[in-house]
Design a binder for this molecule. Structure first.
Ligand code: PLP
Length: 374
């Protein structure tokens, strides 16, 4: 029986054909018609003016910080419960991440903690250069209070929507809330280009500058002229073609992941000691990953016991993100709260959630977890 992965790529004939068509067109470069079209199509889906297709979500986050002028001496508020790339990029520009706890009802950055921290910092003139929000596991952060307080203090927001393409908050699409939004098309995301990302914004001039910086900051003249330091961050036209084919199936993929989530909820919610990442009423998740929380005392086993039992059947599951304030690499970073994220890490487990997860594999996961309770 083939290994069951947490969130494998879901590709088929349409993607294969799109790649071959791009190959045959000879646009085998980090520019071309599929790159242009992919940018337009993702921007339209995210409800923003423009996007620039990049080599990764990490590159997009890095450029967002550069474009906002964040640098040495700046602090940047970042949620502690996220993938490490969200904070790594802050160090790329010489700034310092400040790690903020999440709210237990959403698992996303706690707006009240952000408000307290901004108020405190405004009093002694230490406002951060930016706040990075993360739409975690496909669920948007709570933007009404977050944007209100960031606007009040004039602090720009960067939205890390790497995991959340297709999600919404009060009817508005993920990616559209900050000065810049970021998507990832890494192999484990809801749609993939194998590796890739996009920076999107309502501000077309900002996206133009991102495109310039991502292309080695080459000036538009015949010879190679450079007035600033740039990066080689553009997405290949071949991969953009793959991304376009994937994007056409985004809604179907969200639908299938939603079904996976609902099936887990139906089958496991009744078990003592098992609960789920809360679904906030303010929006709709793209259900990228389904995460459960296991109370060891009530359930009689912990998340690591469940993970190992699944692993014995060649089924991959993973602990929820280890909070960044517990990561050795960020041992010196200032922390705001942290107990909520730590407790989620202690008890959380991400279950196989792919849009191509078969019904029988889903049943095997459910059966393995239910077996602990009998
Ligand atoms: C929240 C978050 N931010 C950033 C990234 C980085 O994206 P990429 O792998 O495309 O660089 C990821 C995923 O990989 C992520 O989950």
């Amino acid at each position: 029986m083939a290994r069951v992965y947490l969130s494998p790529p879901d590709v088929g004939d349409e993607e294969r054909q799109a790649l071959l068509d791009a190959f045959d067109s000879n646009w085998i470069a980090p520019l071309g018609p599929d790159v242009d079209a992919f940018e337009r199509e993702v921007a339209a889906r995210a409800g923003v003016e423009q996007g620039v297709a990049l080599a990764s979500g990490t590159a997009a986050l890095h450029l967002a910080l550069v474009l906002l002028g964040i640098g040495p001496g700046d602090d940047v508020l970042v949620p502690s419960l996220t993938f490490v790339a969200t904070a790594n990029v802050v160090t790329y520009v010489g700034a310092r991440p400040v790690l903020v706890d999440c709210h237990p009802d959403t698992w996303t950055i706690d707006p009240a903690l952000v408000a307290d921290e901004l108020l405190l910092r405004a009093r002694d003139g230490r406002l951060p250069g930016a706040v990075v929000t993360v739409d975690l596991y496909g669920q948007c952060a709570d933007y009404d209070p977050l944007l209100a307080v960031c606007d009040q203090f004039g602090v720009p927001v960067i939205e890390d929507a790497a995991e959340a393409l297709g999600a919404t908050y009060r009817g508005r699409p993920a990616g559209s809330f900050g000065a810049a939004g970021v998507f990832s098309f890494n192999g484990n995301k809801i749609i993939t280009t194998s590796g890739g990302g996009m920076l999107v914004s309502h501000d077309a001039a900002l996206v133009d500058r991102a495109r310039h910086l991502a292309t080695q900051a080459r000036e538009p003249v015949v010879h190679y002229e450079h007035t600033t330091i740039g990066f080689n961050y553009r997405l290949s036209n071949l991969l953009a073609a793959l991304g376009r084919a994937q994007l056409r199936g985004l809604d179907a993929r969200i639908g299938r992941r939603r079904l996976v989530n609902e099936t887990y909820r139906r089958a496991l919610s009744g078990l003592a000691g098992v609960s789920f990442m809360p679904l906030a009423a303010y929006g709709s998740s793209n259900y990228w990953l389904t995460c459960i929380v296991i109370d060891r005392d009530e359930f009689g086993a912990g998340p690591e016991d469940v993970r190992l039992a699944l692993e014995r059947l060649d089924i991959e599951s993973r602990p929820t993100w280890k909070p960044l304030h517990l990561q050795p690499v960020f041992a010196d970073a200032p922390v705001v709260g942290g107990a909520v994220a730590a407790s989620i890490f202690d008890r959380g487990l991400c279950l196989p959630s792919g849009s191509n997860l078969s019904g029988s594999d889903l049943e095997r996961v459910v059966g393995t977890i239910r077996a602990f309770a009998t």
